[in-house]
Write a protein that binds this ligand. Structure first.
Ligand code: COA
Length: 573
């Protein structure tokens, strides 16, 4: 079967939660990545364990990928709901592989290439209804040239924990699917580009990558309460931290988890928790205490659709106000935001380094898109990372925990250090750590705690500027929107648009001079972000002289490159 090689193919699989949609997406992703293609995935699933619409989109390419792409080239519909959800996106040239006979009869639009595959029936005939998804995957492997040997290896590896019979049954269903597609014959023009050959990569989700970054940074203690979409961070850490002598606790709630993290930090340990918006709200009081008591800690917030319980499994970038200012009193913290899966590793290490150096809470913002998206990343070498330890007391002279120093950083003594006894409470304290309500003392201590943060900008890589010279339009992006903007700018430049990008990772304290320098090189500025209020745009307007136009969406899905391209063209028209 021959087709036109498409160097950038997007396959979307849709079906009911419980039908194994996610497994098919994962298997195709693993197979493509190990065969040497670049992969980027996006998935969304219902809040229910069984039932509801589950979707997995795999983008595979011979080129570097930064996001999940615009829309699919291939749709694989396990049921009528998946078909209906995606019917509007079918266009001439799209291919659809669907269950037939199934619970629906599709009205295939003109120009769409249709492959009816008896997925349910074949699996039923094998007395293995679960294997419906493998029949579908077998068919797709033939039709779109998905590396078949890699797929067989992945099926074997993934199902081996369920027993030999499960592996055999699924491999057989997979081969049946291949035969069915071969019998149908290929009519659409698309096949995947030729892979580079076996690569030494790992395919990770953003959540796992954050867990890995924490281990590289020297995580000793982790406590969290499960919450979608952050739970996977805890699952990853639970798998690996105890083997390295660290401690993990599943706390009874988020207040307990952050409190335990602060206790561990006081005891001299590198400590972290992970949560999502509702959990971060509960932590806000203890984050104030972390600032007051100058206790290093890393808090990962995997943002989801809010407010309140909101859209728990959907994507949003709407916790920035809470991250920067959530809490009572004048409390500071460092806020970082990750762009990509690789960044989830690197920036988590940076988050720990900053927390330990500046003895304060560091909030690391990820989002629902990065949490579940997977991408191939080169296997990280821990020796390549610079890891910072906190400034410890040298045991000389009288110990004063909060001694006023030029850079605002006071050496810490681990409990048990002779002479290093001190108290860490939420009360204002003097240099010795004893309660003090004297106004001059409070002013001096607030200045100490805030002034040290002024140097943070020097410890984070300068904000990346994407493009050179003067631009008609500059795009400022944060979080996973950066990857979308990167691709949009490539497409716009190919059409001779004068556009540039600016991708801040340090969001508090804001690197204001870097913003000003970027703004000076652009006639106009646009700031796309996935929240209703335009939260970063608000801070940029408040803290710099720049006046970016906001472009906001909040439908539970990330931007696509096409949306950004169209918006830019509209503005520059
Ligand atoms: N043979 C045997 N087992 C198979 C199989 C096959 N052919 N295909 C899939 N499975 C197994 C998978 O291995 C997985 O088992 P595991 O749980 O032991 O890992 C299970 O069936 C589910 O399949 P999977 O492909 O992972 O998911 P799915 O596409 O069927 O969708 C979810 C199910 C993930 C959507 C759903 O279970 C879920 O978790 N929903 C989210 C719940 C949530 O987070 N709610 C938030 C509330 S705030």
């Amino acid at each position: 079967m021959q087709g036109i090689t498409k160097n950038d193919l997007i396959i979307r699989i849709g079906g009911e939660g419980g039908e194994g949609v996610i497994s098919v997406g994962d298997f195709i992703t693993q197979a493509c990545a190990h065969a040497g293609l670049d992969v980027y995935t996006f998935k969304t699933f219902p809040a229910e364990i069984k039932g509801g619409y589950a979707m997995y989109q795999v983008r595979a390419s011979t080129e570097r990928l930064y996001n999940q792409g615009d829309t699919f080239d291939v749709l694989c519909a396990f049921n009528g709901e998946a078909y209906n959800m995606n019917r509007a996106s079918l266009r001439p040239g799209t291919a659809i592989v669907y269950d037939s006979p199934g619970d629906f009869t599709p009205d295939i639009p003109p120009g769409v290439f249709a492959y009816p595959i008896p997925m349910t029936q074949t699996a039923k005939d094998m007395h293995n209804p679960r294997a419906k998804n493998m029949v579908a995957m077998g068919a797709m492997s033939v039709l779109f040239n998905i590396p078949v040997e890699s797929l067989r290896e992945v099926i074997t590896a993934k199902f081996s924990r369920k027993g030999e019979d499960v592996v055999k049954g699924n491999l057989t269903a997979f081969e049946h699917g291949r035969e069915l597609a071969q019998a149908l014959g290929k009519t659409d023009p698309w096949t995947l580009g030729t892979p580079k050959g076996k690569q030494d990569v790992i395919v990770m989700s953003g959540n796992n990558a954050i867990g890995l970054g924490a281990l590289i940074a020297g995580l000793d203690f982790f406590s969290a309460y499960p919450i979608t979409p952050a739970t996977e961070v805890a699952i990853y850490v639970a798998r690996h931290l105890p083997k390295r002598g660290g401690t993990l606790i599943q706390a009874e709630d988020e207040i307990a988890s952050i409190s335990q993290v602060l206790g561990a930090s006081y005891a001299g340990k590198k400590a972290m928790t992970s949560t999502s918006g509702p959990g971060l709200s509960l932590m806000s009081e203890m984050l104030g205490m972390a600032f007051m008591a100058e206790l290093p800690c890393v808090v990962v917030d995997v943002q989801r659709g809010g407010p309140s319980t909101g859209l728990p499994t959907k994507h949003e970038q709407s916790d920035l106000f809470l991250a920067i200012h959530g809490g009572h009193g004048d409390a500071g913290r460092i806020v970082l935001s990750v762009e990509s899966i690789h960044d989830c590793i690197d920036l988590t290490v940076v988050a720990f380094n900053l927390a330990e150096k500046y003895q304060c809470p560091v909030l690391l913002l990820s989002d629902g898109s990065l949490a579940f998206s997977t991408q191939n990343v080169p296997y990280p070498n821990p020796d390549d990372y610079h890891v910072v330890e906190r400034k410890r007391w040298d045991g000389q002279g009288e110990y004063r925990r909060y001694t006023l120093t030029e850079d605002g950083i006071s050496p810490m003594a681990d409990p048990g250090t002779p002479g290093g006894m001190h108290i860490a409470t939420g009360l204002e304290h003097n240099e010795a750590g004893l309660p003090s309500y004297a106004s001059a003392n409070h002013e001096a201590m607030q200045a100490k705690r805030f002034n040290k943060l002024k140097n943070v900008v020097n410890d984070v890589a300068p904000t990346e500027v994407d493009g050179e010279g003067a631009a008609d339009l500059g795009l400022i992006a944060w979080g996973s929107t950066i990857g979308v903007v990167r691709e949009a700018l490539q497409r716009l430049r190919a059409e001779d648009y004068k556009v540039k990008g600016f991708y801040p990772k340090l969001l508090n304290p804001l690197p204001t001079q870097q913003f000003e320098d970027f703004g000076a090189s652009c006639k106009r500025l646009l700031l796309p972000e996935v929240n209703f209020q335009g939260q970063l745009a608000h801070f940029v307007r408040a803290e710099t002289s720049l006046r970016p136009e906001s472009y906001t969406i909040c439908g539970g899905m990330p931007f696509t490159p096409e949306m950004i391209v169209n918006k830019v063209k509209e503005i520059l028209a």
